[in-house]
Design a protein around this ligand. Sequence first.
Ligand SMILES: Cc1cc2nc3c(=O)[nH]c(=O)nc-3n(C[C@H](O)[C@H](O)[C@H](O)COP(=O)(O)OP(=O)(O)OC[C@H]3O[C@@H](n4cnc5c(N)ncnc54)[C@H](O)[C@@H]3O)c2cc1C
Ligand code: FES
Length: 272
Amino acid sequence: MTNEYLPLIAKIEEVKEQTKGIRTFVFSIGKDTDFSYKAGQFIMLSVFGFGEGAFSPSSFPVKDGKIEVTIARVGKLTTRLFEMERGARVGIRGAFGNGFDLERVRGRDILLVAGGIGMGALKPLLEALLLDRNLFGRIDLLFGTRTPSDMPFKEDLELWEKSELLKIKTTVDSPDGNWKGDVGFVSLLLDEYKTDAGKTTAFVCGPPQMLPSVFERLLAKGFNTNQIITSLERHMKCGIGFCGHCRINENYVCTDGPVFSYDEIERMERKL
Ligand SMILES: Cc1cc2nc3c(=O)[nH]c(=O)nc-3n(C[C@H](O)[C@H](O)[C@H](O)COP(=O)(O)OP(=O)(O)OC[C@H]3O[C@@H](n4cnc5c(N)ncnc54)[C@H](O)[C@@H]3O)c2cc1C
Ligand code: FES
């Protein structure tokens, strides 16, 4: 039996600047290491002698023994990570959690709604969907950030756009002179979005202040509450259902989630 508290040693192979406060870290874990994850699962990433936090791999699948994780600098651990350079070593535990259930959405249309760093959680899902593109219906991505310079994954967006495998709409709250996308909150893009809600599953990830307005519009469009899926962020310590840090009533976000449907979240919150 493997010890889930024991981290795998990984090396920072590359650091890609996405925006001023968001970077993608490429960690190498070795080509022969037996490590895999589902889109939507998370890892516990540790800076030795400093601390550990939950992060979702932002690419899918593991390629050449490398994992990408896109990180927003928000506090102590993430600032420490931003100070680290190529070659530095970190620890990785996991992968943990349930991840997105692709089997459940086979044959359905897919709508991804992302805000800011939330795109990091949806990107591996999109990459997994594109690997088996013919198994799914129409795929749409609505992505919003505060300003154009806050938009991560610009190169990926360009490649996806060129691939014509999905439709993409981007929006910013405050445009600059060169901005060619929409202007306004990402939830507003839903007003123009035409869909057959009965055959569509929506995956929504973004800052907490974005979620209620997106959920409200999806419900108004007739989305079933079990076809609105999101990933919850809670403070995590163990990641494996022991410490209780991530608990909401009887649910442990680290093991029962972090991916939940809207109706599951409603049931959890009703009991609070
Ligand atoms: C399943 C999961 C996946 C995640 N994936 C990513 C990811 O891919 N990229 C990424 O940048 N971040 C991700 N996070 C959030 C990340 O864990 C925290 O931002 C990070 O641990 C903060 O550490 P810190 O020491 O830098 O910040 P701290 O100094 O601990 O806190 C800074 C601020 O962030 C808030 N915060 C800290 N941790 C969390 C948390 N877990 N949930 C909500 N708010 C928090 C604090 O309340 C505080 O306001 C994820 C969290 C979870 C639970
Ligand atoms: S993080 Fe310890 S129980 Fe979930």
